[in-house]
Design a protein around this ligand. Structure first.
Ligand code: SF4
Ligand code: FES
Length: 268
């Protein structure tokens, strides 16, 4: 099925933009069968973001009286982790960035682009390109917290942290929970996400009281959610817009072994 053309020219330069063919996964609801539907968009500026290009398509669909394509987004600045679709089979598309930070200059005039939702049992489709990523929230709830006294913030130098640890913790803390690691992994494993959350707290002095319980409970929860096991393929890290490294998975495994040896067991 092919739908009509849309226009979004570059009004400032007067240059004509790109003409593209979009094949988009349309699915009315979680239990309804979906299918790829073809749309044409014309005069797309290379300076548009990928989501702005979808906005143009949706404006046209609304004007035609058609149902716009549902997709998740919030900040559009690469911060919130809400956006994320498979673009020509790659999580977030051809650049190592979020879908909202991907620009149409990464494509050529005349290109065909396949756009699909994240594919993972633990991320069921809500509608079209929007998936339910609450499984990540439940993994965080299982242990991604620290116990801290409330009140005013402590003096910054009161708790010394080695520079290497603070750098590694900060790198892990840049995970935005987008789910690209799961979508890119042939096993649909959430190991990189869980490892990032375990690592950024486990390297800090404040994260030590719950360290053992945290790792066993978060790993148990990711298994309960139906994510696959990690077999060290590395697609997760290659797709991660924040460059979370495979080393964080090694840190998680190290923590997990230590916790099990110390007698920690999952809550339920
Ligand atoms: S590890 Fe990377 S790809 Fe996975 S959720 Fe975090 S930011 Fe996204
Ligand atoms: S919309 Fe927030 S990261 Fe893309």
């Amino acid at each position: 099925m092919t739908h009509g053309a849309t226009r979004a020219g570059d009004e400032q330069t007067g240059k004509r933009g790109m003409n593209l063919t979009l094949r988009i996964w349309r699915q009315k609801g979680p239990s309804v069968k979906g299918k790829m539907v073809t749309y044409k968009v014309t005069d797309i500026s290379p300076d548009m973001s990928f989501l702005e290009m979808l906005d143009v398509l949706n404006e046209q669909l609304i004007l035609q009286g058609d149902d716009p394509v549902a997709f998740d987004h919030d900040c559009r600045e690469g911060i919130c982790g809400m956006c994320g679709v498979m673009i020509n089979g790659q999580a977030h598309g051809p650049q190592q960035t979020t879908t909202c930070q991907l620009h149409m200059r990464s494509f050529k005039d005349g290109d065909s682009i396949d756009i699909e939702p994240w594919r993972a049992t633990a991320f069921p489709v809500i509608k079209d390109l929007a998936v339910d990523r609450r499984a990540f929230d439940r993994i965080i709830q299982a242990g991604g917290y620290i116990s801290v006294p409330t009140g005013t913030a402590p003096e910054a130098h009161a708790t010394p942290v080695p520079k290497a640890d603070s750098d590694a913790a900060f790198d892990a803390a840049t995970c935005i929970g987008c789910g690209a690691c799961v979508a890119a992994c042939p096993n649909a494993s959430s190991m990189l996400f869980t490892a990032a959350k375990v690592t950024h707290l486990g390297l800090m002095p404040q994260g030590q009281p719950e360290r053992n319980d945290r790792v066993v409970n978060m790993v148990a929860q990711q298994d309960l959610e139906g994510f696959g096991g990690c077999t060290n393929i590395g697609e997760c890290s290659a797709a991660c817009p924040k460059g979370i490294s495979m080393e964080t998975i090694s840190r998680l495994n190290h923590d997990l072994l230590g916790a099990l040896r110390a007698g920690a067991r999952p809550k339920s």
